[in-house]
Design a protein around this ligand. Sequence first.
Ligand code: BGC
Length: 695
Amino acid sequence: MAPTTPDIDGILAELTRAEKLSLVHGAVDPEGTATGYLPGVERVGVPPFRMVDGPLGVRAEGKRATAFPASLATAATFDPGLAREQAAAMAREATAHGQYSLLAPGVNIIRVPHCGRNFEYLSEDPVLAADISRSLVEGIQSEDVVATVKHFVANNQETHRTTVSADVDERTLRELYLPPFRAAVEAGVGSVMTAYNRVNGTHMSDHERLVGDVLKDEWGFGGYVVSDWYGLETTVGAANAGLDVEMPGIPVEPDEGEFEWPDGIPDATHAGLFGEPLGAAIDDGSVPPERLDDMARRVLGQMARIGLFNDAERTGELDSERHRDVAERVAARGTVLLDNDGVLPLADDADVALVGPHVYEPKLGGGGSSETTPIHAVSPVDGFEARADGSVTVARGVEEIESVSLFDLLPFVEGGREDTESPGPDTDPSLDAAVDAAAEAEVAVVLVRDATTEARDRDSLSLPGRQDELVEAVAAANDRTVVVLRTGGPVETPWRDDVAAVVEQWYPGQADGDALASVLYGDRDPAGRLPVTFAPEETYPTTDERRFPGVDDVARYDEGVFVGYRHFDSADADPTYSFGHGHSYAAFEYGDPRVDDGTVSIRVENVGERPGREVVQAYVRPPEDAPVDRPVRELGGFASVPLSPGESRTVTLTLDELAFSRYDSASGWTVDSGTYTVEIGRSAADIRGTVGVER
Ligand code: BGC
């Protein structure tokens, strides 16, 4: 059936003002599944519209769905094609649950290693974050679901997130924090969610310069801008700044009486600002009536774009083979092999001690609005028992780590993950039993984790509880100890010299145990690379409290563009594990790079004995005499390339003008003239070849 093109202006002309208002602020979903709901206008054939969280899969109230890996794991694949596949699968699941917009992807730059939402984000690097952002948007929208890129912009911490002002200069915004959003807009994203925080003093829902001027006028964003939930501060300021839709639009009154809203939680009694108050603001002339037409037109435009005015049935797809498969492939491909003295891959018949307080539980994600409840999930114990030919002895060793969730902070809000499986035997864990199991096994695999959530930042980069003690005790008992980190960002690894291998699995989602076993036994190459630098806690630039969490509700971003490896390079400091780092079971040799007309090519050969995947990275070093302080190197492009033993390939990466540019607040994007060095490497600290480029 040919899609019908609805006459949006014709529909708009028929709507009463009350009907238009109903298209720009949320209401109660009669089905109770949506995170945000617009009732539609049946009289003129405008259907209801449902928006649902989130970046790790669908969180429709009371429903289950595939629990995909954390976005950080997706980014660690350095593979936009795979990210697109995951996003398309999430969108089909949204459709299966009757939802039209997914509140994803989350693309804020990882500025603060402690941020409780880093697992929902992509990288410290704007080029990696932009490329993955673009592909996630394309994937979601390829299935006729509206993607919602969030949180625009500079929402880089959870502490005081509803009040803090990110004090950030224009160059830093343009070079670091805006690119992943711009990439989403270039990919045609249908919706942008504003952040809870302020930027340079102005709340993001009221930010005319960033929302109206930059996003809409300069970038030409044609979709709708939606507030974060209860994140609207004013009616007039927001409407005139360019905000289009208020969510969820319905106030919540806690029955506790005088409820003190915890830090990081917006005041949910403050809602409905785009209902009657917007009508009144139009009446008194403080908001032009055309603004309301524009808001409604933008919403209708997205409904039309995904075919909601057609009568075609939307079927979607849920928990299918291919969805389980992509969830597992991303989990495995995002796994990063940080250190390996040769203990990995494991022999099929190795006798293994599997140790850790949560070995019976799949690590699905962090806490908050991205919590999904899977239909099917594989714990590490299940995954190992299914794969191992040798014996698997299980010991938890130390007490469980308390999980934290945003929903625990709000007694009157329903939501969050439903219970899945039992966390194992009902006995107290014993460190001695874990040490004995490790001593008797050929290999000890210790699984450790952090506990992060939206609305809270971590207070330390150390592993919580007694997990460091557990690793040290196991490592003392078995010199073939493999530590598997399951964390939402960088953590301290004080025992790393005492263990045989360290693996970072992030939050792998429902495929956890299967994905882990497939990588540790070598069925798959660990092809993940670090999208964030791991360094000692006190060496990050945000150690200064003026920068994080800020003083008097102002977080000064005066480290400028020197975030992540840009900081460690300029400070000439060696991080623990560099950006882009990750070993493979294969071994790669690089030829000499060649530059030609905006591309750089390099021959890469797998000289190892196993098939592997190399992530080839191109960094650009600016001319020595650049007129302003520029980072030592910046990622310009990358590619994840599969190579069989003995196979070689020429990998060609595109380096566009932005790869050589810096942002100048007076003249905009500027390419300093001089000799640039293009570095080809395995990470920001492992450069294999260089070539000069004149600009
Ligand atoms: C989060 C958003 C989320 C929204 C709806 C907010 O707390 O910041 O990312 O989409 O809630 O659940």
